[in-house]
Ligand binder design. Structure first.
Ligand code: ADP
Ligand code: MG
Length: 663
């Protein structure tokens, strides 16, 4: 028998194909699959080899140990190998009405003899009957399904002693063959079962129907080239019904209620576990259990042709009927008598693979970590592949599962992530907008600085000479007024040019520590406030000191103050508030002026944007202020309403500056 290990597992995952669907976890009766980074892995020491995961994985990401090459090699080197064909074969080879074709193909492949396992089933059933009718009142669990045997030894070792101590039909036929045909003969089982590969040292090799079909293909064995040949003796009897539900009972040739009524049959991964659990708890321990891991061997994972359960069953019963109609009873009885005393004893050993259940505190703590604070949060939705939230939590604590496998938890996490992303997106958008704005400003600044620099010198000459001429000319001269206009307009140009130079200034900020309240008072003094404007100042500062470039910041604040005043030609109120917010100082400048339309709001900081009449505005005030505030790593925000229907009209500029220390 091959020793399966981590290096050479019976059932394993093909990593590239596995896509987090948890189906294998759901279907694994032994919970022998762990999840790591979204990849399912078979845990060798927990695996009972049932092959359920192989059967259910639609991506074909699970496979099992393949013995095709070894057997092909064997057949080529040894001439006297014997094939033992499982009684499930009529459900596999549905395409051949005559079962003898299959035998013919196997012989062509190189087998010397082809024997039915069903004769072994006949012998086992008889021994089982004796056991059940014996005087000891012990109750038994059938041991013909190797996955069930493995499950009990691993997870209910206290029930190992309840396994019926009889070999499986396959092991029985191998013992018969060795006696009949010689001990040195190599034996190869061919059937629907993966777990058989791990059952015993007899036979020498185990092939699934899938593997034998592959071998037919590689060796180019076609049914039409093969002679129909009958199975080699000993031919099986009712044992041919073994692979279907209640097969074992049906094989026992009695109808007595004594036995029938005493056996509970359970098959399929859910049912067999339930039956074992109830047996262990003493609810049904006055019954014998006939258990199959699959829904009958006819649905085993090694079947190549998928087939429906009842269709498969029908193929078996038809075959059995035909067989029993044509059986040579005398010959069968002769063989039965000949082998009736063959040793069919078997013993089992425990293979305790149970792991400690984590404490209730640990489970509770994990529930909380997953946001399952209350009972109603534990939905037992099965999406993770486990039967309940509790089972999942236990698996997580044992390192077999991941928290993310919980669908409600993952959805919650995704929802939070989506809203966080939305917030980040909004932030990103505003940062992008600000970036665009500053890029625009930077380009314009460069252009403006270039032009202003070029114009500044000739303009200086114009101003100087027009002023000299103005000094020298008689004010009564008719050219005097013209000359005065030239001087004035040249001065205006100079203002614009210096505004441009200010806006485009690349010089560094020169921080000095100031008292921000005094600083604001000085700014107010630098602007002319008409009499019809009332000024209100509020100072909520707790920390007055901050480091700024006083000269530049004066310019920024006076620009904003001037705008506020210019927005209130009919008079109004200028409100100035100072306060601290975290590590910042906030300067709020509010007016009751005209307000700004939404349309204009977007353009406020664009150079040369002005709504003021020709000659009054340059459109450089706010862009300059913006540049200065940014250089201080500060922020400037505008709130404005120009619609009296929507509330008080006016504009509020909020300047936030980090409260730095002088450095
Ligand atoms: P200018 O004052 O030379 O027009 P600014 O850059 O200082 O240039 O201002 C640009 C425009 O922003 C102004 O023309 C005006 O339309 C608008 N604005 C600025 N501040 C205010 C305010 N407090 N109230 C109303 N409009 C304002
Ligand atoms: Mg202005």
């Amino acid at each position: 028998m091959i020793k399966f290990s981590e290096k050479q597992p019976l059932v394993f995952t093909i990593a590239d194909r596995c896509k987090t669907c948890y189906t294998c976890i759901r279907e694994c009766p032994a919970k022998a699959i762990s999840m790591q980074n979204g990849q399912a892995n078979v845990i060798v020491e927990r695996c009972i080899g049932c092959g359920n995961c192989v059967k259910v994985c639609t991506r074909k990401a699970k496979s099992f140990f393949n013995e095709e090459q070894q057997v092909l090699h064997l057949l080529k080197t040894k001439k006297d190998c014997i094939a033992c064909v499982a009684p499930a074969f009529p459900a596999e080879f549905k395409e051949f009405e005559d079962h003898r074709i299959v035998v013919g193909m196997l012989k062509k492949l190189g087998f010397d003899k082809v024997v039915e396992v069903s004769f072994g089933a006949d012998l086992v059933a008889m021994r089982y009957e004796e056991l059940l009718l014996s005087d000891d009142h012990k109750k038994y669990i059938s041991s013909d399904c190797p996955a069930i045997v493995s499950y009990i030894n691993k997870y209910y070792p206290q029930l190992t002693r309840s396994l019926d101590p009889i070999v499986s039909p396959l092991m029985a036929i191998v013992r018969v063959i060795k006696e009949l045909y010689g001990k040195e003969r190599e034996t190869v089982f061919i059937g629907p079962c993966v777990a058989k590969k791990n059952e015993s040292d007899d036979p020498d090799y185990v092939l699934t129907f899938q593997e034998i079909r592959n071998m037919f293909e590689t060796e180019n064995i076609k049914s039409e080239d093969c002679e129909p040949v009958e199975f080699d003796p000993p031919l099986g009897g009712r044992g041919a019904a073994f692979p279907i539900s209640r097969g074992l009972i049906n094989t026992i040739n009695i109808e007595e209620n004594l036995i029938q009524g005493n056996i509970i049959v359970a098959e399929g991964r859910e049912n067999f576990k339930e039956a074992i659990n109830e047996f262990d708890n003493g609810y049904i321990d006055d019954h014998n259990l006939e258990l199959l891991c699959c829904e009958g061997c006819i649905m085993g994972p090694g079947m190549y042709s998928e087939g429906k359960r009842y269709e498969n069953r029908a193929y078996i019963t038809r075959y059995v009927r035909r067989k029993l109609d044509n059986i040579n009873v005398q010959e069968w009885e002769n063989y039965i008598n000949r082998f009736s005393s063959i040793n069919l004893d078997r013993s089992f050993s425990q293979d305790d693979s149970r792991v400690k259940v984590p404490s209730e505190e640990e489970i509770e703590a994990l529930y909380h970590k997953m946001g399952k604070h209350d009972k109603q949060d534990r939905l037992d939705c099965h999406a993770c592949g486990y039967e309940s939230c509790r089972e999942h939590a236990i698996a997580v604590l044992r390192g077999l599962a991941e928290i993310d496998m919980c669908l409600p938890y993952t959805l919650d996490k995704l929802n939070t992530m989506v809203s966080e992303l939305n917030i980040k997106n909004i932030k990103l958008e505003s940062v992008q907008q600000a970036l665009k704005q500053s890029e625009k400003l930077a380009h314009l600044g460069q252009l403006a600085a270039g032009i202003a620099h070029e114009i500044n010198n000739p303009l200086g000459v114009v101003i100087m000479y027009s002023n000299i001429m103005l000094d020298e000319i008689n004010p009564n001269d008719e050219a005097y007024e013209d000359l005065k206009l030239i001087t004035e307009q040249a001065m205006r140009c100079k203002n614009i040019v210096s505004g441009l130079l200010n806006f485009a200034r690349k010089n560094k900020v020169k921080f000095t520590s100031v008292n921000i309240a005094d600083f604001i008072n000085n700014c107010l003094k630098a602007v002319i406030i008409p009499a019809n404007i009332e000024v209100e100042q509020k100072n909520y500062l707790s920390n007055f000191s901050t480091a700024i470039d006083e000269e530049q910041m004066t310019q920024a604040i006076t620009n904003i103050l001037k705008n506020a005043i210019e927005a209130m030609p009919e008079g109004g109120k200028l409100y100035i508030e100072l306060n601290n917010e975290k590590e910042n100082v906030k300067i709020i400048i509010k007016d009751t002026g005209t307000g700004i339309t939404d349309d204009h709001k977007d353009k406020l900081f664009t150079p040369f944007f002005t709504t003021k009449e020709f000659g009054k505005g340059t459109g450089l005030g706010l862009p300059t202020s913006y540049g200065i505030i940014k250089m201080h790593k500060g922020k400037i925000n505008v709130d404005s309403n120009c619609n009296p229907k929507k509330g008080k009209v006016g504009t509020k500029f909020t300047i936030t500056l980090p409260q730095l220390n002088e450095s």
